[in-house]
Design a binder for this molecule. Structure first.
Ligand SMILES: CC(C)(COP(=O)(O)OP(=O)(O)OC[C@H]1O[C@@H](n2cnc3c(N)ncnc32)[C@H](O)[C@@H]1OP(=O)(O)O)[C@@H](O)C(=O)NCCC(=O)NCCS
Length: 153
């Protein structure tokens, strides 16, 4: 009998020595990427930070802040060549489980109004728009607002 063994994605806590690999994706995924200091500070602050790997290859990562009964998604990124294959959803579901395990009741995030793929993913996971932060993000010409979204966990 032959069996096709499909590689399963592995989720693991982000380690400081992985920041170079994370930055290599970050710089390709965003016009205004996080800096090395943003990731290092997140680890130093004890934020919930995760990688997703397939056969050792880094395909995505996420950073989430947990405060009392609230979770705040700070970064969710899938490498461009691995997008639209379900990994963003997989990482988000892992964050939901992790947040619930820490007693979080609600998750919040900011997303650019121009980021259609992010909004589509978040809406599909049950997030709703609850507000707007004016001039939250740097943009090519000045600043861009953020949509604030939230979901009950
Ligand atoms: C947003 C992002 C994390 C989504 O990750 P992903 O692995 O591609 O998402 P998934 O494959 O799990 O997509 C799940 C669903 O989200 C929606 N979606 C995701 N990408 C989409 C796109 N480009 N266009 C429209 N819908 C999209 C779809 O409903 C999709 O389901 P489907 O493929 O069955 O139609 C990824 O595109 C990314 O890293 N983008 C750059 C960084 C970024 O913008 N991060 C979010 C910042 S707030």
């Amino acid at each position: 009998m032959s069996a096709v063994l499909k590689s399963l994605p592995q989720l693991a806590p982000l380690q400081a020595e992985e920041i170079d690999a994370v930055l290599a994706i970050e710089d390709r995924a965003y016009p205004f990427p996080w800096s090395r200091a943003n990731f290092a500070d997140s680890l130093a602050a004890g934020y919930s930070a995760w990688t997703c790997r397939i056969d050792g290859e880094l395909v995505g990562y996420a950073v989430m802040m947990l405060v009392l009964d609230e979770a705040h998604l700070l970064n969710l990124t899938v490498a461009p060549e691995w997008q639209r294959a379900g990994y963003g959803s997989l990482v988000m579901r892992h964050l939901f489980d992790t947040a619930r395990g820490h007693g979080a009741k609600r998750m919040f995030l900011e997303v650019r109004p121009s980021n259609g793929s992010g909004q589509a993913l978040y809406r599909r996971l049950g997030f709703e728009t609850i507000g707007r932060r004016r001039g939250y993000y740097p943009a090519g010409a000045g600043r861009e607002d953020a949509m604030v979204m939230a979901v009950d966990l």
